[in-house]
Design a protein around this ligand. Structure first.
Ligand code: HEC
Ligand code: HEC
Ligand code: HEC
Length: 116
């Protein structure tokens, strides 16, 4: 074995040890766990006309595949009721529509997946 391969091997071992260190002593998450189910209920009047119930969002389902920073603070303010979502904004790619656009994930036509 030549020196380069040896050095490469040593580097791999060091990386591995560093990795174990990180998984044994994880950096403590600073955020507290957010409320799981959030009900969007700001638009009673226009939902009433369209006969649509409030919209439901689940942190636990989204957090399986996404990181907090995928949504906070760029897409949603981290405060219940602080984001005024309309379907116009959703369809224009804001709020839920940032992802529910038929490309990243299923689109806005499935009304009753959100409005339950
Ligand atoms: C897919 C997008 C998305 C992801 C990912 C996400 N959130 Fe949220 N979060 C929301 C939405 C939507 C609301 C509700 C905002 C509203 O009511 O206007 C919210 C509300 C909150 C709130 C306010 C409600 C409460 O519990 O006090 C906190 C805090 C919060 N999120 C923290 C987090 C943290 C921490 C993570 C990562 C572990 C996270 N969120 C991941 C979308 C997301
Ligand atoms: C950052 C991207 C992102 C944003 C923003 C986002 N979602 Fe999602 N959503 C996802 C992904 C990814 C899934 C998971 C799809 C899967 O696992 O099949 C999902 C799944 C869902 C589901 C299906 C889970 C279930 O209960 O069956 C619902 C409902 C949903 N989202 C509603 C919303 C609502 C309402 C908003 C806005 C308040 C929103 N989402 C914003 C990415 C996002
Ligand atoms: C990915 C989730 C999602 C899907 C899919 C979705 N909506 Fe919404 N919609 C919301 C959220 C969140 C709000 C805000 C509700 C509130 O604050 O009262 C909203 C608000 C509304 C409103 C009241 C505001 C406005 O724009 O007039 C109507 C009406 C509405 N949706 C109809 C629909 C219809 C019809 C469909 C299907 C074609 C649909 N929505 C699909 C998430 C969704």
């Amino acid at each position: 074995m030549n020196k380069r391969i040896l050095r490469g091997g040593l580097l791999l071992v060091l990386c591995f040890i560093a990795d174990i260190g990180i998984s044994i002593f994880p950096v403590q998450a600073v955020e507290k766990k957010p409320q799981d189910i959030i009900i969007f209920n700001n638009q009673k009047a226009s939902r009433g006309k369209a006969d649509m119930p409030p919209a439901r969002f689940s942190h636990s389902i989204h957090n399986k595949k996404l990181k907090c920073k995928d949504c906070h603070p760029s897409v949603f303010k981290e405060k219940k009721g602080a984001n005024i979502v309309t379907m116009k904004k959703n369809i224009n790619g804001e709020y839920c529509g940032k992802c529910h656009n038929g490309q990243f994930v299923w689109d806005m036509s499935a009304c009753r997946r959100c409005h339950v």
